[in-house]
Design a protein. Structure first.
Length: 351
């Protein structure tokens, strides 16, 4: 797919080529609180082969202890030190901006409070407590409107404003709910101010992850193009997109450069395999495995290896990798607008 920094040695699996997997959680390891198919076995195998696993989340509500407990309950043994949150990243950012022991107005959950105390800062709850900074994070579905008002009061007075992350949505058992980014937007509209943001895809989150893991050759693993994959690009590291979360094949083909992963796989089993390279060019077509993809007129066209058109002899994800190469070459620095519907239907990856 993306030849930017593919590991040397075509036969190497990803868990052999990279020392640390920086794993997003929701949509990658679990969904709705339950483990995604193949996640537990794949992570156990990668860890047994010597790959370090770190769990990197924009969710600032939960503490590393509670996240590690949840993972262990699912069958993925994890220690609190294996978990890196946007709360930790924003707490470091604040600590570098205010004097030691400063008061910080917190509008969010326990994860933020614990992270601030870890940095020697004093959480407070009111704009009248003379805070040196205000930090906003997801506080759960029951967060009261007056908590947003406290942020607005402080920001309007010129208190430096920080946000753990700006994800507009968060998955819930009933569907998609407003995330911290939606609450940040409320304060932005009222005050006209802009917060300093720590979470993915911003650099402070990547820095926090590297500082805490000591990774020398990390691989970002995620399901979202606009946070996980864009964050990997910002940090200039490789990435694996797994198709178990929010990204669709059509969305992947339309991705602009900063949203294009190095690798793509159906799920976390992709950590344990080699990934076929893509060969060819726009004139001859891009070949991966037994599939060849090219742009023709206003569409992406896919051919299989035996020429009979049924595609039975090809891995559909090799076909998707070939399509990505054709789509991204045609799009250049923009987003691909070629029709990929028939090609994806042939692969059984509609959408």
């Amino acid at each position: 797919m993306n030849p930017r920094t593919r590991p040397e040695g075509s036969g190497r699996t990803l868990n052999e080529a990279y020392d640390t997997a920086l794993l997003d959680l929701d949509g990658v390891v679990y969904a709705g609180g339950e483990a995604i198919d193949h996640a537990v076995d794949s992570l156990s195998a990668a860890r047994d082969d010597g790959m370090r696993l770190a769990y990197v989340t924009n969710n600032a509500l939960r503490t590393p202890d509670s996240v590690a407990e949840h993972l262990t309950r699912l069958g993925v043994p994890a220690e609190p030190a294996d978990v890196i949150t946007s709360a930790q990243a924003v707490a470091r950012l604040i600590a570098e901006s205010v004097p030691d022991g400063s008061r910080v107005l917190v509008v969010g959950g326990e994860g933020l409070v614990v992270a601030l105390r870890e940095r020697g800062l004093v959480p407070v709850e009111s704009a009248d407590d003379d805070p040196a900074a205000v930090v906003q994070g997801y506080g759960g579905p029951g967060m009261a409107w007056e908590r947003l008002a406290e942020v607005g009061y402080a920001v309007a007075r010129g208190v430096p404003w920080f946000a753990s992350n700006t994800d507009l949505t968060i998955p819930s058992g009933r569907g998609i709910a407003p995330g911290n980014g939606a609450a940040v937007q409320v304060v932005r509209m009222v005050t006209g101010a802009e917060p300093k943001v720590a979470g993915k895809p911003q650099p402070p989150m990547h820095r926090e992850t590297i500082l805490r893991t000591g990774a020398r050759r990390p691989l970002v693993v995620g399901d979202r193009l606009d946070t996980d994959i864009e964050g990997a690009h910002a940090g200039e590291v490789d990435s694996l997109l797994v198709m178990t979360g929010v990204t669709t094949p059509a969305g992947l083909l339309a991705a602009p450069p900063e949203h294009r992963p190095t690798y793509v796989a159906a799920d976390l089993r992709g950590l344990l395999t080699g990934h076929a390279g893509v060969e060819g060019d726009a004139d001859s077509g891009f070949r991966c495995g037994s599939w060849t993809a090219r742009a023709a007129d206003d569409a992406l066209v896919l051919d299989d290896g035996d020429g009979d058109g049924d595609g039975d002899d090809g891995d559909p994800y090799d076909g998707l990798r070939a399509l990505c190469a054709a789509a991204w070459t045609a799009a250049g620095d923009g987003s691909c607008e070629l029709d990929a519907g028939k090609a994806l239907e042939r692969l059984g990856l509609d959408g």
